[in-house]
Design a binder for this molecule. Sequence first.
Ligand code: PLP
Length: 386
Amino acid sequence: MALVVDSGRIYLDYAASAPLKQCAKDAWMVAHSYPGNPSSSHEDGGLAANLLSDARQTIGRFLGENYEVVFTSGGTESIILGILTSLEGSWSQSHVVTTSIEHSAVLGLLQRLEQAGVAVTLVDPQPNGVISPNDVANALRPDTRLVCIQHANNETGVIQPVNKVAELLSGNDALLFVDAVQTAGKLPLPDVDADLLAVSAHKFGGPRGVGALRIRPGLALRPLIAGVSHENGFRAGTQNVAGIVAMAAAAQECMNYELTPAGRRHLRRLRGYWEEGISRLPFEVRTISNAPTLFETLCILIPGLRGDTVADALDLLGISVSTGSACHSSEEGPSHVLSAMGLDKDTLMSAIRISFGSSLVEDEIDRSLAALESVVVRLETVAGIR
Ligand code: PLP
């Protein structure tokens, strides 16, 4: 059963925040009952430090065992810490290459850094939402210190060829930062060849407000704050032990199921079931079909209607979907991601994002599609489209 938020509701907004896995909730309850600060030298501190150390090992297996892990307060902090740490020491002489479809956590920070003298080049996607590694390579300059690219897009689910970018960067001094917030628990992150990589627990069944930054060991990085002892000097402040333990429990469950071949087959079947159902709807629905895409994220466009109107109507029927990035649902403007892909304004304003996890069942897909059909037929009738 998918998470029932309220009696009968169907939750289809995992890309915004996935439901907390039961194992994570259980782990959080246990860890939260430990009083110690992991930096304290007494026995209670030692017990908290052991919990942290076990969680670090689990997250190490989840992200790649040969890397260092810095626990943070989530995806945004991991991004800020990763980018600022990479550029520390020579802001004004730095050039950064990124893409125009990054999450606002990346784009917003880089806009601020531009004001501080950092040069930034934005690479646009191809019409199918994929960033061309050659376009990234062509944007490099002798002073490029950092390349920032997402692993998969939060609005479209399109997967970026990050290892190809890493290949083109080999021999170059620039570091590669990958925002893997949308792919953690869905794609095997140990396979991603990045110097720095950011994840967030609440996108894969852990709690909100916890994340991690994976760092390749041996990089000459300077911590942002001098004299800090937490997290190997990379982050100041007492760790959120219970949240980190809960994140590790969610990561372990992903390694036990969602990331296994059986888990991937299950998600692919659910995706196929959505796509078949959508193709039978009695109105035009466009999808992004000519790009590698996460099974779990489906961006649909219903020409002639506004996505926010359809999403609101579905909400009234007990179904939670999103238009574009959840972080921007309060903004009226068109999605910067779909705009960069070259969609015209009317088409991109019609976008709806459906995102789900392995607990979704076919009956819920059937009910969601039936609700979508009734909403769209009603709205098209009112709008005089049919
Ligand atoms: N990066 C991407 C691609 C995201 O989708 C999000 C959240 O939606 C973030 C970063 C920010 O993560 P958090 O909500 O943990 O700060």
